[in-house]
Design a protein around this ligand. Structure first.
Ligand code: FAD
Length: 337
């Protein structure tokens, strides 16, 4: 509390996923002093890419689509700069006679999806990773935050872009009373869990072109070959993502059991002479919102400026998170005057 006169930022943004980073760019372009804080080792959140052995694999979002002109304009710029490429116009479901579905472009990022977050973060002045905020408290003078190491931060305004249950926990822990109406709306937002396996395979994978299959309502809804995708030149790394029901049922099972189940699904896409060199499991507690808030942000009733944003606000998906960040940044600029 004693640091009040040394405000670290006009605006603190919790979460350096695509929503938080986009909001930060919007605010900095308007001359605001922003600090972005994330608990992860790097920026990106669910735009996540991991190295396994000599290879690289996306293990959060696998690709993204575009529906809105505003996002298309941004994506076209990323494509022109070589950062983003059109991977395909759809994927087959892997059944023998299936042709790849033809639809809107599916975009991916060179080097993996995390490279997109890193690019968006590049111009930002103050991004702090490995920092978990545990409480956010406000009064009419502004916000005070405490991280898990006990360090204190202050700001005039707050944008919080963590998945909603995590945002609510931070606000609750700081006893920042959300109004009953805001609380009820936020409590309705739920997310699907997703179990994700990464397999480093020595030998060849036989996934149909362009290197992935996608299914609805199956135990495994996604099998993607990061080498065919073009992001893992030196090794065959396969990403498998389990469906909602399977993920929920197996959530607390031991890692080995989950990986064995996923590997059974992988078996038909690798030849007999291939060896699994390594396998890793990632549990995404909040992979995608199942119920979303109708607007691109929530302007919550609090004593100091507070906007909640992310893919649950007008989302879902990468596009929804980007647009939420964009509109939240604009709204905060307007609120700060
Ligand atoms: C397995 C999986 C597959 C997906 N597939 C697709 C797809 O194919 N296409 C698509 O468009 N979308 C897909 N998505 C969804 C897409 O990734 C998200 O919609 C988007 O990345 C969300 O961005 P965001 O900024 O809203 O949230 P996030 O990226 O989750 O960012 C929130 C950030 O808040 C941070 N945070 C949380 N709590 C704290 C705290 N206490 N202190 C500090 N920081 C904190 C987190 O570390 C995180 O970095 C997928 C997601 C997953 C997980």
């Amino acid at each position: 509390m004693s640091d009040r006169e040394n405000l670290t930022a006009e605006v603190i943004i919790i979460g350096a996923g695509i929503a938080g980073l986009t909001a930060a760019n919007e605010l900095e372009s308007a001359g605001k002093r922003v600090t972005v804080i994330d608990k992860g080792r790097s920026v990106g959140g669910r735009l996540a890419t991991r190295r396994v052995g000599p290879g690289v694999a996306d293990h959060g979002a696998q690709f993204f689509t575009v529906r809105e002109a505003e996002f298309q304009e941004k994506v076209d710029n990323w494509v022109r700069s070589g950062l983003v490429f059109e991977w395909s116009k759809g994927f087959s479901d892997g059944s023998l006679l299936a042709e790849p579905a033809e639809g809107n472009p599916r975009y991916a990022t060179r080097g993996g999806m995390n490279a997109l977050a890193k690019r968006i973060a590049e111009p930002l002045q103050d991004v702090r990773v490995n920092t978990r905020i545990v409480t956010a408290t406000c009064d009419e003078k502004g916000w005070i935050f405490q991280d898990s190491e006990g360090d204190i931060y202050t700001s005039n305004a707050l944008i919080i872009t963590a998945p909603v249950p995590q945002s609510m926990a931070i606000l609750d822990a700081g006893a920042t009373a959300l109004s009953d109406k805001d609380f009820e709306q936020l409590a309705r937002i739920t997310y699907a869990e997703c179990l994700c396996g990464l397999f480093w395979v020595e030998g060849r994978a036989t996934l149909p072109s362009p290197g992935a299959i996608q299914r609805r309502n199956a135990n495994v809804i996604w099998v993607g070959d990061n080498q065919q995708k073009g992001i893992s030149k030196d090794a065959t790394l396969i990403t498998l993502q389990a469906g909602e029901q399977f993920s929920r049922q197996m959530w607390t099972a031991p890692d080995e059991r989950i990986l064995n189940s996923l590997q059974t699904e992988l078996q038909i896409f690798i030849t007999d002479d291939t060896e699994i060199k390594e396998r890793q499991l990632k549990r995404w507690r909040y992979s995608r919102p199942l119920v979303t808030y109708p607007d691109r942000y929530m302007h919550a009733q609090a004593e100091a400026p507070l906007l909640l944003a992310g893919d649950a606000f007008g989302g879902p998906r990468v596009e929804g998170a980007y647009l939420s960040g964009l509109y939240t940044g604009k709204k905060m600029v307007e609120m700060l005057g």
